[in-house]
Design a protein around this ligand. Structure first.
Ligand code: GDP
Length: 320
C-alpha cells in the first residue's frame, strides 16, 4: 500500500449533508478518527452560492465529504426532474468551488451507480462511464452526478486540487427514506412487508416485474469506504464502491418479507417501471486497495427494520 494521502489527525472535516442517510453514517464513522467534525446547520442552503461561500469562509475545512444531494427512488426521479438536476448541480458546484477558495486539502464527491449506461457490461467497471445512453428513469440525477465527477477532475487539472469521487451502489440503512412515493426499493419493501404483516394482508405489492437485479450496500460500509478512500486514494478516476451482493427484486422482496415476518404472497404491479435491468458494480479497484465490506445483506436488513420500528419511517428527501 502507498503512503496515506490524507491524515485525519487534528484536521477539520466537514460532512456536507450530515442529516441524510449517507452523511450521518460518515459522521458516525468519523467519530473513530482523531479529527474535528464540522456540520452546517439546516439554515445553510447548499444550493445558494453566497450561503455556501460564507459557511466555508467561517468553517475553513481541511477535508470535505460531499454527501449532500437531492436523492430519491424511481418514482421521485420521474416526478421531479428539474429538482434532481438543478439542486444537485448547484450543490456540487457551490461546494467544490468554495472548497477550492479556502484551500481545502481533500474533497470526496459522492455519486451513484446510475451514472453508468443502461446497457453497460456487468459487472460495471469505472471506465464504462459515458460509453452509452443512460437509463431514462434516473437520467436527471445521473447527469448531475457525472458533472460532479468531471468537476473534481477539472479542478484537479486546472487548480491542482486533490478532489476525488466515489460511486456507491444502491445503499440502505439507518436514516433511510421510507416514504413509498419517493423511496428506493429496499426501504419501500421493509415498510410494505411490515404494513402487510400488521394488517394481516394476504399479499404485498412489488413494483414492476420483479426481474431487475440490484446490488445493495449497507451505508455504514459505505462510510467506512469513504474514510478509507479519503485517507488512501488520490486520483482523477472515480472509484466504485459495491458489495458484490446482487439479487433480483423478487428475491429481495422475499428476503425482506422473511426478515420482517410477513408470510403472505408477493403481487406484482406491472404498471410500474422496471428501470435498469441490472446494476452490479465492479469494485475490484477498491478491493485491490485493501477495502472490503463487513455487513451482510441479511444483517443489514434486520438492523434497518429495527430502525424503522423505532423511527416509524421518516420522510427525508433533501440532504442539505
Ligand atoms: P433504481 O435502482 O434507480 O431503479 O431505483 P429503485 O430502488 O426505486 O427501484 C429498483 C427496482 O425495484 C425497480 O425495478 C422498481 O420498480 C423495483 N421496486 C419494486 N417495488 C418497489 C417499491 O415499492 N418502491 C421502489 N422505489 N421500487 C420498487
Amino acid at each position: 500500500m502507498n503512503r496515506p494521502t490524507f491524515d485525519f489527525s487534528g484536521k477539520r472535516v466537514y460532512v456536507a449533508g450530515h442529516g441524510g442517510m449517507v452523511g450521518s453514517a460518515i459522521v458516525r464513522r468519523l467519530a473513530r478518527e482523531d479529527c474535528e467534525i464540522l456540520t452546517a446547520d439546516r439554515g445553510v442552503d447548499l444550493r445558494d452560492q453566497q450561503a455556501v461561500n460564507a459557511w466555508f469562509a467561517q468553517a475553513r475545512p481541511d477535508a470535505v465529504f460531499m454527501a449532500a444531494a437531492r436523492v430519491g427512488g424511481i418514482a421521485a426521479n420521474d416526478a421531479y426532474p428539474a429538482q434532481f438536476l438543478y439542486d444537485n448541480l448547484m450543490i456540487e458546484a457551490n461546494v467544490v468551488e468554495a472548497a477550492r477558495q479556502v484551500d481545502t486539502a481533500k474533497l470526496l464527491m459522492l455519486g451513484s451507480s446510475c451514472i453508468y449506461p443502461r446497457e453497460a457490461d456487468q459487472p460495471i467497471a469505472e471506465d464504462a462511464l459515458l460509453t452509452g445512453p443512460l437509463e431514462a428513469t434516473n437520467q436527471w440525477y445521473a447527469i448531475a452526478k457525472i458533472a460532479g465527477i468531471r468537476l473534481c477532475q477539472a479542478y484537479r487539472i486546472e487548480h491542482g486540487c486533490d478532489f476525488i469521487s466515489a460511486m456507491p451502489t444502491n445503499l440502505f440503512g439507518p436514516g433511510d427514506n421510507f416514504d413509498l412515493d419517493t423511496s428506493h426499493v429496499l426501504p419501500a419493501l421493509i415498510r410494505k412487508a411490515h404494513e402487510a404483516k400488521v394488517a394481516g394482508d394476504e399479499e404485498m405489492l412489488v413494483w414492476g416485474s420483479g426481474k431487475p437485479r440490484r446490488e445493495f450496500l449497507h451505508v455504514d460500509d459505505l462510510a467506512d469506504a469513504c474514510v478509507f478512500l479519503m485517507r488512501e486514494y488520490s486520483g482523477a478516476q472515480h472509484v466504485n464502491v459495491g458489495s458484490g451482493q446482487e439479487l433480483s427484486i423478487t428475491e429481495l422482496a422475499r428476503l425482506v418479507a422473511d426478515i420482517v415476518g410477513f408470510e403472505g404472497k408477493l403481487a406484482f404491479d406491472s404498471t410500474r417501471h422496471d428501470g435498469t435491468p441490472r446494476k452490479l458494480l465492479d469494485s475490484s479497484r477498491l478491493n485491490a486497495m485493501g477495502w472490503r465490506p463487513a455487513i451482510t445483506l441479511e444483517d443489514g436488513i434486520a438492523a434497518t427494520y429495527r430502525h424503522f420500528l423505532k423511527d416509524g419511517g421518516r420522510r427525508v428527501m433533501l440532504r442539505g
